[in-house]
Design a protein around this ligand. Structure first.
Ligand code: PMP
Length: 353
């Protein structure tokens, strides 16, 4: 071993879902939106002046912060933006989880949390979800260095009721509690109203799913102005120009079109509910999903086998080889046409295996 190797920050990185690009494939593996972004986004993109790219973007991203604040009924001092919610969440871990006490998040959850904890050397504990994949609030009453969980949870799609979120907040007044609402727009209740009551709450959302802008990388945090100030201090100590010019313009254009947003959400929710009925008929079971994906297990066919069979037909879903969930598939809700091909394939496969 070379001497310098003992100085390396060693980490096991997060594994993102694969991004194949095959003609005719059906991609239901990374919870992207199957519909294009709002028409105003395309217009804004066409109007971008390449000459502006000589210049650094606005480091405070004020146009986008203002648009988000207006949309959410908040002040600009309550909003922080970043390069996707992954960036925002990483900044939150770095800024707020410094007590040396273990932070808490569920055993089955977004698989980036333990990676950030490891890379920043934050100790953590992972209280188990119950057998139905619900958070057990009492597990969050113990002393800790902070709390984070997605609502709805990923990859289960299960919503944590508002009263339980408030219960966790009530029992944790001395640490920061982060609710990761990457999927909240697809039907769950946001913790946003609780910001008025709890100055230790951070609500994180993203443009990647409900706004069809995963490729643009825009995420944001909403919290008390003091917390936002601390987040900005860390951001400016790291990289002042996180948001590029294009992301700023297109993000604003997206926020401005509320009716397109509502329409797209309605379409995805309608497809999700229809897919649930057919999946049940085919022998799948799942907890009720409030997100743009469904986390399913089959009564007789192992998830690993189905994953490979679907892959053979260029239908991509997500399969986690992990304790407790290795007999489940996470299926992103695509268009009606895509879901019909997916369901027909499953029906046929299950009949003839
Ligand atoms: N939180 C959760 C629970 C997620 O599933 C994802 C998507 N991988 C993210 C955050 C990050 O999304 P983005 O960085 O695209 O905003």
């Amino acid at each position: 071993m070379r001497a310098w190797e003992s100085n390396i920050r060693r980490v096991t990185p997060y594994t993102p879902g694969e991004q194949p690009n095959k003609p005719g494939m059906i991609k239901l593996n990374t919870n992207e939106n199957p519909y294009p972004p709002a028409p105003g986004v395309e217009r804004a993109l066409r109007e971008m002046d390449p000459d502006r790219m000589r210049l650094y973007p606005d480091p405070s991203a004020s146009k986008l912060v203002k648009a988000i604040a207006q949309d959410k009924g908040l002040s600009e001092e309550q909003v922080f933006v970043g390069v996707g919610s992954d960036d925002v969440l990483a900044m939150c871990f770095l800024t707020f989880f410094n007590s040396r006490k273990p932070i808490l998040f569920p055993d089955i959850t977004y698989s980036f949390y333990d990676v950030w904890a490891d890379v920043f050397r934050i100790p953590y504990e992972t209280p188990a979800l119950d057998a139905d994949f619900n958070i057990v609030v009492q597990d969050y009453y113990r002393e800790n260095g902070g709390v984070i969980f997605p609502n709805p949870n990923a990859p289960t799609g299960v919503e944590c009721p508002q009263e339980e979120i408030e219960d966790i907040l009530r029992h944790n007044p001395d640490v920061i509690v982060i609710v990761d609402e990457a999927y909240v727009d697809f039907g769950a209740a946001s913790a946003l109203p609780l910001l008025k009551k709890y100055d230790n709450l951070i609500v994180v959302q993203t443009f990647s799913k409900s706004r069809s802008l995963a490729g643009m990388r825009i995420g944001f945090a909403m919290a008390h102005p003091t917390l936002i100030r601390y987040l900005n201090d860390v951001k400016y100590s790291f990289n002042s120009y996180t948001m590029n010019q294009t992301a700023l313009e297109l993000g604003v254009a997206s926020i401005q079109d509320r009716s397109y947003f509502d329409e797209t959400i309605q379409k995805i929710v309608a497809t999700r509910e229809r897919v649930k009925i057919r999946l049940r008929e085919l022998g799948f079971s799942f907890r009720d999903s409030k997100s743009n994906f469904i986390f399913v297990t089959h009564e007789s066919c192992p998830a690993g086998e189905l994953f490979e069979a679907l892959r053979g037909r260029d239908i991509y879903v997500r399969y986690f080889r992990k304790p407790r969930i290795d007999d489940y598939l996470r299926i992103t809700v695509g268009t009606d046409g895509e879901m019909d091909i997916f369901l027909d394939f499953l029906e046929n496969y299950l009949k003839h295996r």
